[in-house]
Structure formats: structure tokens, C-alpha cells
Design a protein around this ligand. Structure first.
Ligand SMILES: NC(=O)c1ccc[n+]([C@@H]2O[C@H](COP(=O)([O-])OP(=O)(O)OC[C@H]3O[C@@H](n4cnc5c(N)ncnc54)[C@H](OP(=O)(O)O)[C@@H]3O)[C@@H](O)[C@H]2O)c1
Length: 330
């Protein structure tokens, strides 16, 4: 009987334990398309799942990994072809459904998109959910009229996965990017990605002490929430916009309506998980076109399944730099 390798999460009482195991393919849940997985990634959400936090996983044993790229082995009744390169991000794969930290998966065809031309397997996963979300944020800024000559654009949590990719895309498009990071030692890295300047978390949080600050930023990509986002909003220029995608610093938001009703600013909420198919196609094609590949490569590290287990604490503590691609065969 054929076997595959995976990180399996097992729960005993309240304790969730991850381990790399060899499993029989008959254990894979039902799914229309069988995919031989090549790479996955490590996202903040993967850290939560690996540690059994956030109530994301309903049933154990479970295979984590919210992103995957692989080759179609059996397309079932779908329109995919044997040997086609496909990507899955979101749809609660790796949370409710068995995910990408495995060499084999069975998935619904509607969860899969064809991997875009012009991006390698590793680059697609270096993008993964984090990069996909970063591009959704950029599209939301564009849709709200924030363009490269509008002025400075802030990216919070800039050293993380979503933040690093957002800095690269925005700088590549010609925006003036100001990176907010709690890690001053990342200044060289963030400037290499195209950030014009780096400012501290404290400097931004401080701005939240008044309902309005002087108009400073045309837009923002916020991956952090909490006090950082509360500091961003009062400093957004008239008719500016902030794309809101994350809660690395907290889900709460203590702010006022003043910037919204006096400056007409917009908060654009971003969800990557349930994004419809046409949005996904647009996002991937803009990523293939607008994300500078050399910058993407510079944000990317490669790790194996065992490393993913070890890195769960690091990503939850905000210590991982850029994007980590998981080679599921390593
Ligand atoms: N809406 C969606 O569909 C969607 C999709 C993907 C991700 N997300 C969310 O976006 C966030 C970022 O994801 P990611 O994968 O980029 O995670 P990540 O790689 O861990 O990056 C998060 C970054 O936020 C900063 N940070 C961490 N803790 C902080 C704190 N207590 N206060 C202020 N800043 C803090 C750190 O950057 P610095 O050290 O540079 O400050 C960290 O690197 C997460 O909350 C994730 O759940 C949402």
C-alpha cells in the first residue's frame, strides 16, 4: 500500500503534539483531486495550528499547512490535467481540512488554481497566503485611489511574511514605503526590499493618543492591529485608505471615528481565506507581474517538516523574518 509523509497533530487532553510520520494513503480524507505536494509554507496561522491555539482545528488527528503547491496525480472528474502544477491557499485547508505539511493531499477542485507562469514552485510558496494577502492589500489601496504618487504608504509588521512582501510589491510599483518594525536590526533588510525609511512600533502607537494627527500617510497596509493600527488611522491623509489584514499585535482596536468623518478615510478589510475564484486569478496574475522576483527570493528561507515544528513558537513570537518555504520532501 502506498504511503506518504506528513506532520500529524495528535491531541491528548488539552495537549496537541506534532510529529513527522509515515502514513498509509488510505488515511487521506475524501477529495476529488489527488495532488503530490512539493512545497508548503510557514504562516502565522500555521504557527497557531501547530501549537493547537486559536481554535482553528476542529478534529484530530490533523495535518496542518494552509498553503501548498504540487502536481496533479489524479484529477478525478475535475478539469485539471495529470501533471498540472496547482496551488491551494485558504479555504480552511490546513485548519478544517488536511493540509500541505504532507507529500500527498486530496482536495476539492474549487480550492485549486493553476500555478501562474513565470513563478517557480518555490516562489509560489514564498508568496503563499502571506504574499497573496499582501497583494490583496495593494489592490485594495489602488481601488481606494492610493497610487504611487499619493505619498508615503506605511507597512506595519514589515519584517513578517505579509509585511515583507507588501514592502517589496509597493516599492516595486514606485510607492514611497515606510516600514514599521519592532526589530531595528531589520533596517538593512527592509531597505533592500525597497523601504525608504524604518520607524518604530512605539512611534506609531504614540500617534494613537490623539484622534487626529497631521496628515502624513496616503495609505497603509496593517498586519498588526491593536495599538499600532490605532496609531496609523489618525495620521492617514484626507481620502486615504488603510488595508487591514492582521492581528499579530492584537485583535482589539481602540480608536475614534474622527479620521473617518473629518478626513473621509477608508479601512478596507482583507480576507484571503474565502476569496472567490476570479479574485484569486487576478491576485496571482498581479503577483506574477508586479512582485520583484529578486526581492522575493531575498525574503525566502527553506526548511523541512521537522523545522516547521520547531519554528511554530518563533513565528508566533514575531521572530521569523520574511517567508519560510517548507520542502515537504526534506
Ligand atoms: N486576513 C487574512 O486573510 C490574512 C492572511 C494572512 C495573514 N493574516 C494575518 O496577518 C498577520 C501577519 O501574518 P504573517 O504570516 O505575516 O505573520 P508574521 O510573519 O509572524 O509577521 C507578523 C509581524 O508582525 C509584527 N508583530 C508581531 N507581534 C507584534 C506585536 N505584539 N506588536 C506589534 N507588531 C508585532 C512583527 O513584525 P516586526 O518585527 O517587523 O514589527 C512580525 O514579524 C497575522 O495576524 C495573520 O494572522 C491574515
Amino acid at each position: 500500500m502506498a504511503e506518504f509523509q506528513a506532520i500529524l497533530l495528535e491531541k491528548s487532553g488539552e495537549i496537541v503534539t506534532p510529529s513527522v510520520q509515515t502514513l498509509d494513503v488510505s488515511r487521506l480524507p475524501d477529495g476529488e483531486v489527488t495532488v503530490r505536494i512539493l512545497y508548503s509554507t510557514l504562516n502565522y496561522k500555521d504557527g497557531l495550528v501547530l501549537k493547537g491555539q486559536g481554535g482553528l482545528v476542529r478534529n484530530y488527528p490533523h495535518i496542518p499547512g494552509i498553503d501548498l503547491i504540487g502536481i496533479v496525480e489524479d484529477p478525478g472528474s475535475s478539469t485539471f490535467k495529470v501533471g498540472e502544477r496547482v496551488i491551494s491557499t485558504g479555504w480552511r485547508v490546513g485548519e478544517v481540512w488536511w493540509g500541505g505539511y504532507a507529500t500527498e493531499a486530496k482536495l476539492k477542485s474549487e480550492w485549486l488554481v493553476k500555478a501562474p507562469e513565470g513563478l517557480s514552485d518555490i516562489q509560489c510558496m514564498a508568496i503563499g497566503t502571506a504574499g497573496f494577502t499582501a497583494m490583496q492589500c495593494v489592490l485594495a489601496l489602488e481601488a481606494n485611489g492610493v497610487v504611487p504618487n499619493s505619498g508615503e504608504v506605511l507597512v506595519t509588521g514589515a519584517g513578517g511574511g505579509v509585511g515583507s512582501v507588501a514592502v517589496s510589491i509597493l516599492a516595486g510599483l514606485g510607492y514611497e514605503v515606510i516600514a514599521v518594525s519592532g526589530r531595528p536590526h531589520l533596517e538593512g533588510y527592509l531597505k533592500d526590499l525597497g523601504a525608504k525609511n524604518l520607524i518604530t512600533r512605539e512611534e506609531i502607537s504614540e500617534l494613537g493618543k490623539r484622534p487626529l494627527q497631521s496628515e502624513r500617510f496616503a495609505g497603509a497596509v496593517d498586519t498588526v492591529g491593536g495599538d499600532i493600527l490605532a496609531g496609523v488611522l489618525p495620521a492617514i491623509k484626507y481620502k486615504g485608505a488603510a488595508a487591514i489584514c492582521g492581528l499579530a499585535g492584537g485583535a482589539g482596536l481602540k480608536t475614534t471615528v474622527i479620521p473617518f468623518i473629518l478626513r473621509g478615510i477608508t479601512m478596507a478589510g482583507i480576507d484571503s481565506v474565502m476569496a472567490p475564484a476570479e479574485e484569486r486569478t487576478k491576485v496571482w496574475s498581479r503577483l506574477a507581474m508586479d512582485l520583484p522576483k529578486d526581492k522575493l527570493d531575498a525574503t525566502t528561507s527553506i526548511a523541512g517538516l521537522q523545522d516547521a515544528i520547531k519554528m511554530a513558537d518563533e513565528i508566533l513570537a514575531g521572530q521569523v523574518r520574511g517567508r519560510t518555504v517548507i520542502d515537504v520532501n526534506a
